[in-house]
Write a protein that binds this ligand. Structure first.
Ligand code: ZN
Length: 309
């Protein structure tokens, strides 16, 4: 069993409109945009990152807004719900805030003894806010005070046809099963960051998801550094997983592999972080381009729709 993985690092999803996406995460949810860059493989598409003040691993949700992308169709083989931690007693205030802003899909659905408020993102993304004891410092300059601001991820919930093999993989990665409720098995990782919960819902009869706007593209797990990442890569390959080489993502190093249930997993390093190419006080403000795309800057600046007025 591995001991290098410390919980979630980031969650990356697909969207249809960059402006709407930016407004939802920075204004409605009050997160900090910590990076404005482009997709490495499709540089005419933004890659937007939102999180706490520094973009601490375990707080960062990232989006590829493909203009006018069709919505995904929910199903199995994907992360169905991404959950953020909020302070105890703040769910009611969140329900009022989201309702006043016309957010759809609002419903209370407590599980595993926790108060949770479910809601849809701009493209029908499955989200929930979960009341939790969480001592992480929230970003409050987005206009949401510390008594309700999001702390970071609480968990990710996968929907699978058969959770067995993925459960086995999670245990290999260092997670342990701590609870079960109906068709949902809850795993947590000892000695992890605060985003240390994964739920696996088994839905044998459901059809496979089609990815599109509102779908989670992959979830990334955190390791401290590149040495730990290489250990994880080797161990996964020894177990029979096809793992990509280490890829430089500018703000972390990444490896990817497809899990038995169909969900794409990444293992990402906590180093070097989002302040490697801009001042911590101004994260996310300027358009940052991967060095191989810097020569496209003038064209991209004309082509990419501004995300704020
Ligand atoms: Zn990623």
């Amino acid at each position: 069993m591995l001991t290098q993985i410390k919980g979630l690092h980031h969650v990356t999803s697909l969207a249809s409109d960059a402006r709407e996406n930016n407004a939802f995460f920075t204004d409605t949810l009050g997160l900090r945009r910590v990076k404005k860059t482009v997709n490495f493989d499709a540089p005419d598409v933004y890659h937007l990152y939102y999180g706490d003040a520094q973009g601490t691993p375990g707080t960062v949700i990232t989006y590829f807004p493909f203009p006018n992308a069709d919505r995904g169709r929910p199903g199995t083989g994907e992360v169905g719900t991404t959950r953020f931690a909020i302070p105890k007693g703040s769910a009611k205030a969140w329900a009022d805030r989201l309702s006043a802003r016309g957010v759809s899909g609002l419903s209370s659905a407590d599980a595993f003894g926790e108060t949770a408020l479910h809601f849809d993102g701009p493209d029908g993304d499955g989200f929930a806010l979960v009341e939790a004891e969480d001592d992480r410092t929230p970003w409050t300059e987005g206009g949401i005070s510390a008594d309700m601001a999001i702390r970071g991820f609480h968990s990710a919930a996968m929907r699978l046809k058969d959770g067995g093999a993925t459960g086995e993989l999670l245990r290999f990665m260092g997670y342990e099963e701590i609870d079960r409720q109906g068709d949902i098995t809850r795993y947590t990782i000892a000695d992890g960051n605060a985003a240390n919960v994964i739920d696996v819902e088994t839905v044998p009869g459901a059809s496979h998801a089609d990815q599109g706007a509102g779908s989670v593209h992959h979830i990334a797990f955190a390791v401290e550094n590149r040495a730990r990442q290489l250990e994880v890569r080797e161990a996964l390959m020894d177990t029979g997983y096809q793992v990509t080489p280490v890829i430089d993502r500018d703000y972390f190093w990444a490896i990817y592999f497809r899990t038995p249930g169909g969900v794409l997993f990444e293992v990402a390093t906590n180093e070097p972080g989002f302040d490697r190419d801009e001042d911590a006080a101004h994260l996310g403000e300027a358009l940052k381009l991967p060095s191989q795309h810097e020569h496209l800057r003038s064209r991209l600046e004309r082509h990419l729709t501004p995300i704020e007025d």
